[in-house]
Design a protein around this ligand. Structure first.
Ligand code: M6R
Length: 602
């Protein structure tokens, strides 16, 4: 996830920026850069990879006297992790850093290109600096030009801009992505989270969406749609670990809450009104492909299982899914008309990587769905689609699962499009549902409080069954895995219709059933499966948009327009339930016992 720092004042700026960026390393990044204006002199440095590369590049430079400065760590989303794509982005005499997504950047870019502007990078961010200079060159003051630029931006952004046209000023704007201003007397800092300014600033102001302005002579001028406003700072907390979690108790909790936002990034530029665009795939990528085989482990395997339902139902293409560690030793029959897909959050999972190498040796075309660009799996694959979830720190995967599933859903529609197996109407209704997904992922205070309350009933007992049908079966598997990983309680995911073939023998009041009961997918069937369990006295927690009178606990979901929207909303419920149970049991939510985030051994 990208990070921003900024500083205006007399101190040495290079070290302030580099130290600040270092504090943002935990968010993950693949390139970094800084820009400084001292007097009228502009300096900028960028480097791919770790900050030590940027430190090396700047080792002979020290800033002197008063100046303005901005820095950035970039996690590649639009465009590869290259120096040209790294921030700050340069116009003719200004620099910009930005977090978030400018949704209308293509339209803005086209307009600027028609006016003769040449773009150096593949990023959406570069439009900001060119737009600013265009308005400034038309005669507006730097602040008017910045204001007009911000008014043109659609989407999420936190941005800082410095310019030779106003070398004593930093311009800032925030909408959707976090940014704060830190104060130490006349010196002013900017950052995308508290950590870079702890120990430097004493007071802080957290910018609200829609706010923008500039800082000059130690004074911040803050505006919103009503004009200039008065604001009040607050003391800055001094606990770095706490600050990295951005106020959440655990990284996993933060990542659950982030899902709604990152889903927007996953879809950005790919889900258009009537079409799915995947620039990563050549036009003829699916030529000669008649089947798909997916290999993955753990949570990634569950997203693969979900995708198999979608590929066959929507795209009408055969799809098998295999656990990578099983696939490796089964002497599988592989045919060249099969696309080999690997799914991995880390891109380093040994079993998945080896499975991919096997498939390649057999001459299969390969595609990976991954969260980490340049990881081993991405490098080994013919092509990769990045999930854009940002770094995931909690060992129990949450936002990676959500974004993997979204990418696979997109891929399904893409295959349906290119193979002509999907009607225009179905494609349109699937896209409409996709665009609703971020809403269904919002964690409301009521929902979280309800799951906190409800979790106290589920701390003991002899086990959990998560049950569901169709795509809700892999979701049941994933819900059970989440609970197992962080609560250490026994939990299984089961196809609801299969309970009567054995597991129902376990049913009694101490058996907890988490029933996924979507309205849009086999509701009556799963209802009777749950009734059978209830008749044997199992304790039932039903998750459904429809009231269910036999439930001991009931979590009512809000969205029931499309199975995938229901899927994502129910996913959040199961994640929060696991989290709250784990907290009550006093476990280490982010680093559960015996587990590692990246499993690079067989
Ligand atoms: O990085 P990968 O997605 O390849 O990792 C695969 C599994 O190790 C991973 O999903 C694991 O199951 C997680 N701890 C699940 O929360």
């Amino acid at each position: 996830m990208c990070g921003i720092v900024g500083y205006i004042g007399p101190k040495e700026k290079k070290e302030i920026l580099l130290d600040g960026l270092q504090e943002l390393e935990y968010r993950g990044y693949d390139s970094a850069g800084i820009a400084i204006i001292e007097g009228k002199k502009l300096h900028d440095f960028k480097a791919v990879g770790k900050l030590k590369n940027l430190r090396e590049k700047t080792k002979n430079y020290t800033s002197e006297g008063f100046g303005v400065s901005i820095g950035h760590t970039r996690w590649a989303t639009h465009g590869k992790p290259t120096e040209l794509n790294a921030h700050p982005h340069l116009g003719a005499y200004s620099y910009v850093v930005h977090n978030g997504i400018i949704e209308n950047y293509q339209e803005l870019k086209k307009e600027l290109q028609q006016g003769g502007v040449t773009f150096l990078s593949q990023t959406d961010t570069e439009t900001i600096v060119h737009l600013f200079e265009k308005y400034h060159n038309e005669g507006l003051t730097p602040f008017e030009a910045f204001k007009k630029t911000v008014n043109r931006l659609e989407g999420a952004y936190a941005t800082l801009l410095i310019t030779e046209a106003a070398p004593d000023t930093i311009f800032f704007a925030k909408n959707g992505s976090p940014m704060l201003i830190g104060f130490d007397g006349e010196e002013v800092y900017f950052a995308s989270s508290d950590t870079p300014i702890i120990g430097k600033a004493n007071e802080v102001y957290y910018l609200e969406d829609g706010e923008y302005g500039y800082v000059q002579n130690g004074k911040v001028h803050l505006f919103d749609s009503h004009g200039e406003k008065v604001f009040h700072t607050q003391p800055l907390i001094a606990d770095k670990a706490m600050a990295q979690k951005e106020g959440y108790r655990f990284f996993m909790e933060k990542e659950i809450y982030e899902q709604s936002r990152v889903m927007g990034e996953t879809m950005m530029g790919r889900v258009l009104e009537e079409e799915i665009v995947l620039d990563e795939l050549d036009a003829d990528f699916f030529e000669g492909i008649n089947a798909i085989k997916i290999c993955a482990c753990g949570t990634s395997y569950h997203s693969a299982l979900t995708a198999a339902y979608l590929f066959e139902r929507l795209a009408k293409i055969r799809c098998d899914v295999e656990i990578a560690s099983e696939f490796r030793y089964k002497e599988p029959l592989l045919t060249q008309d099969t696309l080999f897909v690997t799914i991995s959050q880390s891109g380093e999972t040994a079993d998945t990587l080896e499975a991919l190498k096997m498939a390649k040796r057999a001459g299969l075309k390969s595609l990976s769905v991954c969260n980490v660009d340049n990881s081993s799996i991405v490098r080994e694959s013919d092509t990769a689609i990045l999930t854009r979830a940002g770094i995931e720190k909690g060992v129990a995967s949450t936002k990676a699962f959500a974004t993997q599933t979204m990418v696979l859903w997109m891929l399904t529609l893409y295959v349906g499009q290119v193979k002509g197996t999907l009607s225009k109407e179905v494609l349109k209704s699937e896209i409409d549902a996709m665009l609703h997904t971020p809403k269904a992922l919002i964690v409301t205070d009521e929902l979280h409080a309800k799951l906190h309350r409800l979790s106290k009933r589920y701390l003991h007992g002899h086990g959990f069954f998560f049950i569901g049908r169709d795509i809700f079966y892999p979701l049941a598997l994933e819900g059970a895995l989440k609970l197992k990983e962080i609560s250490y309680l026994h939990a299984e995911g089961y196809p609801a219709g299969e309970m009567k073939h054995g597991p129902i023998a376990l049913a009694d009041a101490e058996l907890f059933t988490i029933a996924l009961m979507p309205k849009t997918m086999h509701y009556d069937k799963i209802k009777s499966n749950v009734e059978e369990l209830s008749a044997r006295d199992a304790t039932i927690c039903a998750i459904s948009p429809l009231p269910f009178e036999l439930a001991d606990d009931f979590v009512q979901t809000q969205y029931s327009s499309h199975p995938m929207v229901e899927f994502f909303e129910m996913m959040v419920v199961t994640q929060l339930l696991a989290l709250e149970i784990s907290v009550r049991l006093g476990n280490d939510v982010d680093m559960p016992r015996n587990l590692a985030k990246s499993v690079t051994v067989e």
